[in-house]
Structure formats: structure tokens, C-alpha cells
Ligand binder design. Structure first.
Ligand SMILES: Cc1ncc(COP(=O)(O)O)c(C=O)c1O
Length: 397
């Protein structure tokens, strides 16, 4: 075993640092016996809405429910199609299906790895039109497209000005998958910087433990400026009721636990600092890799401030590189090795390889390096030295 292993993610240290506050939050929950709903959930919703710059936040059980409820409350359901990307975690697509809608994919941008506005435009232009609504008819599903679902992948906002302009032109709503992008910023053409969670009709967040803002268990939230959407999600998460035992909708058990909300409130106070730590680590990686040929570092457009949920490089011989790093005690990840459109569970959708060339090329070359707020300069130098040694050896063979 190498002397100083570098973990992919260190979740232990931040919890040790916050232990007293988290234990106190747990003690308070035990003493009040408020486990479902109540002041901690409402407090967190207020504080997270404010953090994002949204009017409303509704806590839910996890990010997958957040995407599903955001779509349903925005009026997406059976009979509709939703356009998204295949280069994402499968939950994005599961949530579309669970809302009763059909998924249509478009390719990603070669540099940002988020939805390509050019591919979206080209796709929508080339669709036949629905006679009744005038909306584009999804090519795979044959259903009228109702929504565009961009994913702010790896902690970077998709190109929201361009996507919004296209969506408006085709009469589509936008629902953001911000599950990996708590606090990521994007500057619109009017010069204003805004955080993810404020660009669409609604936006979904996950608080899975490894996220930039993670619960000590599962959690999720939807942000929106639309009062009706917020109210509908509150009903969907609670068996469709607004008043106890009066069920206006068929809903779900999709609530954020009060103890998780209390933990999230403790952690939210540190999120801006943690995100700054990730950005500083990303800048150090970029400087270290500047002299390493064959490594493509993440691209951050000048109107974007990413929060580096993941730090993803591209390199040829990615699998051999990951094995080499592992032999040095440096742990990496793959996000994601198999694009959603070629997953076995969706084989009946009929997509083959070469359906989305950028997505497929990127999936074969990406490697997620260690990234977390407390990552040290020494650890990063170790990672860079391991990668340099591998590439030099490759070049001489
Ligand atoms: C892009 C994306 N969407 C949706 C989700 C689903 O979130 P959860 O795991 O909290 O259900 C995740 C979680 O990893 C994600 O990364």
C-alpha cells in the first residue's frame, strides 16, 4: 500500500470538523421529536432559497424526486416529451419516465460537457410539428416536446442564455437539473450573475452525501419563483394533500426529513467557503497540468463560475491511467462510463452507438480526479506527478 493515499473524496474530515454542531442539531430534534416537517424543514427551505436567489424552495426526499416533482408541478406528464442529455447520471432520465413523460436526447458541447445549444436547436428544427399545439414532435417518442431539461453537470451551469432563447422560440419550458451544481454561477448577457436554480420554471437539487451540499443521508429540494409550482410540489411530496387527509392529487411520500434539514442548515453556512475551496483546488490543478501534454482540463467559459462538484479531465488511455493512479494509491472516478442512451435498461429505445458522437467520445476519455474542499497542494502535486509519469511512459513506448 502506498504511503500517502489520495482519496477520491474525503467525507470524514468535514463531518469531524462540524461534529459538535451536527450532534447538537440531532439532540434538538430528539428533544422536540419533530422528525417530519416543522421548523427545521421550513428554516432550511428559507435559507436555501435565499442562497440560490429563488423565491421558493421545497425540500423533498432526494434529487430524483426533486427532478420528477419539478417536472410534474411544471405541467409535464404523460403525453409529453422532454429533451435532455445522455451524458448525465441516470436519475435525470428515470425522473422524466417517472413523471410519465418520454425522453428525447440531444448531444453535449465538446468543451463544457453540458447540453449543446447548437444540437438542441438543430434537433428541434428538424422535428415535425404537432398539429394541435404547434410544438415539435419528439423523434423517438412521437410526443410533443413540452420541456427542456439541461443538466448543470460537474458543478458548471449549462449555457442558459442560449438554451432559454431556443426554448422560448419553440414555446418550451425549462426545468434545471442542478443536482450537481449548488451555488454555480452564470452571467447572462445583461451582465447579471445568477446562481443555478433560478433559470428555469423550476430546478432540482440533490443533497446526496457526496454533493457540494450533502445531507447525512438522503435529501433533495426544488427551487422556483412560481408560487403554484411550489405549492404543487408541497402537495406531491405529501400524498397530494394540502389539508390532512384531503387528497386533491395522487401524490407520494417524498418529504425531506427534519433531521436532515437541520444538518443541511449547519452545512449551508459553510457552502460558499467549501465552493471557494473547490475553485481554488481547480485553479491549482489547471496550473499543474499546463505543462502536461495530453491532458484536457475542464473548460470554464468566462461567463461561468463552476463549483467543481467533480474535477473531470480527458485523456487517451483513460482506463490504463486510472489503473496506474490506483497503483500509486490515487483514487479516481468515472462520471459516467456508459451514456444513458446505451444503458441496457433503455435498449428498447433503439439508440445504438454513434447516436450521440460527442457524448460517446467524452464518455470514453473522461476521468474524475480527487476533488473536495480540503484537498491539499501536496495531494494535488502527487496526482499531477502520477499522471505526468504515466503520460511520459506512454510517449516513450
Ligand atoms: C445530475 C443528477 N441528477 C439527479 C440526481 C439524483 O439525485 P439523488 O441521488 O439525490 O436522487 C443526481 C445524483 O447523483 C445527479 O447527479
Amino acid at each position: 500500500m502506498p504511503d500517502n493515499p489520495v482519496p477520491f473524496l474525503d467525507l470524514v474530515t468535514p463531518h469531524r470538523e462540524l461534529e459538535n454542531d451536527l450532534v447538537e442539531a440531532f439532540r434538538q430534534a430528539l428533544r422536540s421529536a419533530a422528525f417530519v416537517g416543522g421548523s427545521q424543514v421550513e428554516g432550511f427551505e428559507r435559507e436555501f432559497a435565499e442562497f440560490c436567489g429563488a423565491k421558493y424552495c421545497v425540500g423533498v426526499a432526494n434529487g430524483t424526486d426533486a427532478v420528477r416533482f419539478a417536472l410534474m408541478a411544471s405541467g409535464v406528464g404523460p403525453g409529453d416529451a422532454v429533451v435532455t442529455v445522455s451524458h448525465t447520471f441516470i436519475a435525470t432520465v428515470e425522473a422524466i419516465s417517472q413523471a410519465g413523460a418520454g425522453t428525447e436526447f440531444v448531444d453535449i458541447d465538446e468543451r463544457t460537457y453540458c447540453m449543446s445549444p447548437a444540437a438542441l436547436e438543430e434537433y428541434l428544427q428538424s422535428c415535425a410539428r404537432d398539429a394541435a399545439s404547434g410544438r415539435p414532435l419528439g423523434k423517438r417518442t412521437g410526443r410533443p416536446v413540452k420541456a427542456v431539461l439541461p443538466v448543470h453537470l460537474y458543478g458548471q451551469a449549462a449555457d442558459m442564455d442560449a438554451i432559454t432563447a431556443i426554448a422560448e422560440r419553440f414555446g418550451l419550458i425549462i426545468v434545471e437539473d442542478a443536482c450537481q451544481a449548488h451555488g454555480a454561477e452564470y452571467r447572462s448577457a445583461d451582465g447579471s450573475w445568477r446562481r443555478t436554480g433560478t433559470f428555469g420554471k423550476a430546478a432540482a437539487f440533490s443533497f446526496y452525501p457526496g454533493k457540494n451540499l450533502g445531507a447525512c443521508g438522503e435529501g433533495g429540494a426544488v427551487t422556483t419563483d412560481d408560487e403554484h409550482v411550489a405549492k404543487t410540489i408541497k402537495m406531491l411530496r405529501e400524498h397530494g394533500q394540502e389539508r390532512k387527509y384531503y387528497h386533491d392529487l395522487e401524490g407520494y411520500n417524498g418529504r425531506l426529513h427534519a433531521i436532515q434539514a437541520a444538518f443541511l442548515r449547519v452545512k449551508l453556512r459553510h457552502l460558499a467557503d467549501w465552493n471557494a475551496g473547490r475553485r481554488a483546488a481547480a485553479a491549482r490543478y489547471a496550473a499543474l497540468f499546463a505543462a502536461v501534454p495530453g491532458v484536457t482540463v475542464p473548460y470554464e467559459p468566462e461567463n461561468s463560475r463552476a463549483v467543481y462538484h467533480l474535477y473531470v479531465i480527458r485523456a487517451k488511455e483513460r482506463d490504463a491511467l486510472a489503473d496506474h493512479l490506483k497503483s500509486l494509491g490515487i483514487y479516481t472516478g468515472l462520471h459516467y462510463p456508459v451514456p444513458v442512451h446505451i444503458q441496457k435498461c433503455y435498449r428498447e429505445w433503439g439508440y445504438g452507438t454513434s447516436s450521440f458522437p460527442v457524448t460517446e467520445r467524452v464518455a470514453s476519455e473522461i476521468l474524475s480526479l480527487p476533488m473536495f474542499p480540503g484537498l491539499t497542494k501536496e495531494q494535488q502535486s502527487q496526482v499531477a506527478a502520477g499522471i505526468s509519469a504515466f503520460i511520459s511512459a506512454e510517449r516513450t513506448t
